[in-house]
Write a protein that binds this ligand. Structure first.
Ligand code: FES
Ligand SMILES: [Fe+2]
Length: 438
């Protein structure tokens, strides 16, 4: 349990809030590139409680500026995309990508009033299917050399989905390796050869054991957590009856991402991005270490479960997440279908808009959550003391030197756990068309 005051400090994201200021020191996913692929590349973005409008101007450059026109407050999402900026349809004020008002065509000839009018604007860059925004002070940090950024565009598929809850509880499900044995339990195994684009359906680490069976039969992982320069490395060990150990390494990337193995050839790097205090998006970069990703198939699989333009899941609290008690008896642990995203969504949304952590009881398997909160508290304290350089990936290290992180499943025959992970990672990278550097 934690105090209400601490829960507020760790969860709330508006400008000037504790966690909100930490999050503003890092690049945030603002939209998918897909969202601007229509005839009119202008979309609303609500990020960290701020209402913004994202657009691609006539020169192909991206801009992210305040959504309300500073004249009378109308919605600039309906703006005219012209003259390398956005023009308000109400009285024609024109804003460039930096948020500067450059023209007020109705004001008297020669008026210089526009020079004083500036709307909020944030730097944006596009990387492998996601448009990223930096909403903090000063210059944006460099991007780390993570696999999801290094891989060519052909090998990364990006998608997102809406969860109606606070970002922290969304993140915390990703640093809780124990839940997969229950929440995502399948009472029968599917054919692992039919696993493309799906999580936990492959065979476990070069064995003939389907992941679904391994998770079901070994539900008490031994979880180890190590602090890294990018965040946390979580190692979940499952001791098999035959003496071997299944090793699953996942990572928390500070402040709000995780990197997990999805299958033998793919990892998922997933950000839990606050829309505001009680809503968030997950943004995932599915990164292939093998063939190019089949983006059409992966998009189609996911669009069957989501509605546009909000990427809102079709299964949600309004329809009980598709809950079916007979399915729960026979097929899945939740009774909510085979899509594990729905399971996670139910878990985090059913806690309420912001989980009441004054009433929780953490156990030993919650070690990742405990360590992460400690790290976030230190970052908040550092920022308050003016020690921004103490934050992860700002503490003297050059983010461009941070690689990986290694996220995979492996099988240790002889207790050499670390070695099994490294060998498995090296084999994957050696066979990878864009990453044969080991
Ligand atoms: S409200 Fe935008 S120009 Fe008047
Ligand atoms: Fe999960």
């Amino acid at each position: 349990m934690i105090s209400q005051e601490l829960n507020d400090s760790l969860t709330r994201v508006g400008k000037g809030t504790d966690a909100g200021e930490v999050l503003r020191r890092y690049w945030q996913p603002a939209a998918l590139s897909d969202e601007l692929q229509n005839g009119r590349p202008v979309v609303p973005v609500r990020l960290l409680g701020e209402d913004l409008v994202l657009f691609r101007d006539t020169a192909g450059q991206l801009g992210l500026i305040g959504r309300r026109c500073p004249h009378r407050g109308v919605d600039l999402c309906y703006g005219r995309l012209e003259d390398n900026g956005l023009r308000c349809p109400f009285h024609g004020w024109h804003f460039n990508r930096s948020g500067q008002c450059v023209e007020q065509p109705g004001e008297p000839e020669g008026s210089r009033m526009h020079e004083q009018i500036q709307t909020p604007a944030y730097p944006v860059v596009e990387k492998n299917g996601i448009i990223w925004a930096y909403m903090g002070p000063g210059d944006p940090p460099a991007f780390a050399d993570f696999d999801c950024f290094r891989a060519p565009d052909t090998h990364v598929f990006a998608f997102k989905g809406l969860w109606e809850c606070n970002w922290l509880q969304a993140l915390e499900v990703g640093i809780d390796p124990a839940h997969a044995s229950f929440l995502h339990r399948f009472l029968q195994d599917e054919d692992p050869d039919d696993s493309y684009g799906k999580q936990f359906r492959d065979k476990a680490a070069n064995t003939e054991i389907p992941m679904t069976r391994l998770l079901r039969e070994y539900p008490r992982p031994d979880i180890q957590v190590e602090e890294m320069e990018y965040g946390l490395k979580l190692t979940a060990l499952r001791y098999l009856d035959d003496g071997r150990t299944h090793v699953r390494v996942t990572n928390q990337i500070f402040p709000e991402a995780i990197c997990i193995p999805m299958s033998r050839e793919m990892t998922i790097t997933q950000w839990h991005v606050p829309i505001d205090d009680e809503n968030c998006y997950w943004y995932s970069m599915f990164t292939s270490f093998d063939k190019p990703v089949n983006k059409e198939l992966m998009r189609e699989q996911r669009l069957q479960e989501h509605s546009l333009p909000d990427y809102a899941p079709l299964k949600n609290a309004r329809n009980n997440y598709g809950y079916d008690p007979s399915e729960q008896a026979k097929l899945t642990y939740t009774g909510m279908g085979l899509d594990i995203n729905v399971h996670d969504q139910w878990a985090v949304e059913s806690m309420g808009g912001i989980q009441d952590r004054t009433q929780e009881h953490l156990g030993k398997t919650d070690i990742g959550i405990i360590r992460y909160r400690r790290m976030l508290r230190s970052a908040i304290a550092a920022l308050k003391d003016g020690r921004e350089t103490d934050l992860p990936m700002k503490n003297g290290c050059d983010p461009r030197q941070i690689q990986g992180p290694i996220s995979n499943d492996s099988l240790a025959e002889n207790g050499a756990l670390e070695e099994a992970t490294l060998t498995s990672d090296a084999a994957r990278r050696a066979a990878c068309p864009w990453d044969a550097r080991l």
